[in-house]
Write a protein that binds this ligand. Structure first.
Ligand code: SF4
Ligand code: SF4
Length: 135
């Protein structure tokens, strides 16, 4: 049995389409949805754990790529460099998982690593490059 965690990003026109159910019906993959969200520009982001036969998994990936769905292995962590962060808040609007939020009292930006889906959208937005990817 083969198990793989992936991040799927799919364009606006596919947000309402039953892509995941196709993975089950046509490629006999089981799945666990670890995270799901739609970003501010309406891009869909799914973090999935896919379980099944490796050949079927490869076929499913080809099918998704044919739909312009971007697939990325979910194997890295996002961390915030606390020394660099100025709490400017620019990353908050970019985060589809509400992992970056404004603390009401202090107005500081809180990073909740447990909610982070490692979509990387906060990395280019941060003016001081405080959000970093670690492999
Ligand atoms: S954009 Fe960068 S500096 Fe600004 S709050 Fe987010 S992590 Fe901190
Ligand atoms: S990578 Fe950044 S934008 Fe994406 S979920 Fe994690 S904190 Fe939010």
């Amino acid at each position: 049995m083969f198990t793989k965690r992936v991040i799927m990003r799919y364009p606006t026109k596919l947000v309402d389409k039953p892509i995941v159910s196709k993975l089950v019906k046509e490629f006999h993959l089981d799945f666990n949805i670890l995270k799901a969200s739609v970003t501010p520009n309406e891009e869909g982001v799914l973090v999935l754990e896919l379980i099944g036969d490796r050949k079927n998994y490869n076929k499913a990936m080809d099918y998704l790529k044919g739909l312009n769905v971007t697939i990325q292995p979910f194997k890295h962590d996002i961390i915030r460099n606390e020394k660099k962060c100025t709490h400017c808040g620019a990353c908050v609007v970019a985060c589809p998982a509400e992992a970056l939020i404004v603390e009401t009292k202090s107005r500081k930006i809180i990073f909740d690593e447990k909610k982070c889906i490692a979509c990387e959208l906060c990395i280019p937005i941060c003016p001081v490059r405080a959000m970093e990817m670690h492999y």
